[in-house]
Write a protein that binds this ligand. Sequence first.
Ligand SMILES: [Zn+2]
Length: 97
Amino acid sequence: MEKKDHNQILRGFHARQSRQLVAIAMALFLVLLSAVLYKRPGVLGDFSKGALFGAQIVAIAAFLAFTSLNWRCPACNKNLGTDINRRVCKKCGTRLR
Ligand SMILES: [Zn+2]
């Protein structure tokens, strides 16, 4: 019974880690894209610099909101901090990998 629960935790962590990596890639892409558009206005049409700055803020805020919901320990639901390859939850000590 306990072994099965731990497998669920491992699977849960793996799913969260995958989602987190996708979110990091998307956030980086959006921030880089708006930085490129900021330097070269007119590449994809007429963006105002204010709108690009706003888009960057929205992308970063969305990423942080997603992270705070997703990047949690599957066992104790506490935030896992900045290490994407965390092996053990530092709050409850559950092995995550
Ligand atoms: Zn935990």
